[in-house]
Design a protein around this ligand. Structure first.
Ligand SMILES: C[S@@+](CC[C@H](N)C(=O)[O-])C[C@H]1O[C@@H](n2cnc3c(N)ncnc32)[C@H](O)[C@@H]1O
Length: 312
């Protein structure tokens, strides 16, 4: 169990861990900024909204990392003007480099989700991916999302770990841990040798995740901030078990000795099972059992001014 930390310590751990992680983040997580990335992100937006996404004017991403969501949405033409914020300056530098390579224009601003340095009602979309579970005071952050959102605007967060999904994922992790020596022998790969330089980063990694959510908790945080039309859904079940099994196995081997064929099998298998989850399971099973949760909500339109009485 990670030690209990203050909110300030959690923010500090997140900044330091993600500053280091930024350098190899895209390769570690297979982040794509091509056709595949655009399709993935558009599909997530569609799933979260429960309808085809339409173009937003001004967007603000929270915890944008290297730009997976915003850069792909920009490239897909779903965002007009993009601002990306993150507590980690290192992540924002990596994002700017990615944007430059892709020829996309984006404003970056280091910011803690609980204290956003933006004026009230300045965005039509506030979004994020895999960030809410790092934020110590979630109600306060949702209060900020609501404040900077224009009336009628949308919030959209995806990729948040669900509490039961997270527990269920322990089964494939344990199974893979036990299977690892046989798997390595079958592939002819040597065991991984821990790099002592990586130890401080690995220790920080244990401190950065502070929540796994029940769907009702996310919905509550949005409603408590005054947001409306709240919708929580779940994604990835079988794909996730497959993914965790493979990642756990791979983490035990020298990465140089994992055959290309295995990597292809793991990657393509994951995509195929994502499709199976989408077609067969996501609409039928309760969001709580999926590994990832998504939430969308809206800020109410300002009530129209009452009609002026005509002077007689
Ligand atoms: C798991 S990464 C996800 C990055 C990116 N959204 C993606 O999906 O690839 C979490 C991101 O949240 C950022 N983060 C953590 N705590 C934060 C906070 N309190 N406020 C803003 N960003 C935060 C981290 O620096 C990191 O870039």
């Amino acid at each position: 169990m990670p030690p209990a930390l203050s909110a300030e310590q959690i923010r500090d751990a997140n900044t330091r861990y993600h500053d280091v992680a930024a350098g190899h983040y895209d390769s570690k997580w297979g982040i794509d900024f091509g056709e595949m990335g655009r399709a993935q992100v558009t599909a997530k937006a569609r799933k979260a909204l429960g309808r085809e996404p339409t173009r937003w004017g001004r967007s603000l991403e929270i915890g944008s990392g290297t730009g997976y969501f915003t850069l792909n949405l920009l490239a897909a033409g779903l965002i007009g003007e993009a601002t990306c914020s993150d507590i980690s300056p290192g992540m924002l530098s990596a994002l700017s480099a990615n944007a430059g390579r892709l020829g996309l224009e984006v404003t970056t601003r280091p910011a803690d989700a609980e204290r956003l340095p933006f004026a009230d009602e300045s965005f039509d979309l506030v979004l994020g991916h895999a960030v809410l579970h790092h934020i110590p005071d979630l109600p306060r952050a949702f209060g900020e999302f609501e404040r900077v959102l224009a009336p009628g605007g949308t919030i959209l967060f995806a990729g948040e770990p669900s509490r039961y999904g997270d527990r269920l994922a322990n089964v494939p992790k344990r199974f893979a841990g036990a299977l690892a020596p046989i798997w390595r022998r079958a592939l002819g790969a040597a065991a991984a040798v821990p790099d002592p330089d990586e130890r401080p980063v690995a220790e920080l990694e244990r401190l950065v995740d502070v929540h796994a959510f029940a769907p009702g908790e996310l919905a509550w945080a949005a409603r408590a901030a005054g947001l409306t039309d709240v919708r929580v859904s779940g994604e990835e079940l079988v794909a996730n078990w497959f993914g965790w099994t493979n990642r756990t196995l791979e983490a035990t081997a020298d990465p140089e000795q994992i055959p290309w064929v295995w990597r292809q099998y793991a990657y393509r298998g994951y995509l195929a099972l994502q499709e199976l989850d989408r077609r067969l399971l996501e609409g039928r099973l309760p969001p709580a059992i999926f590994y990832n949760l998504m939430i969308t909500a809206r800020k109410r339109e300002r009530p129209a001014d009452p009609p002026r009485r005509r002077a007689s």
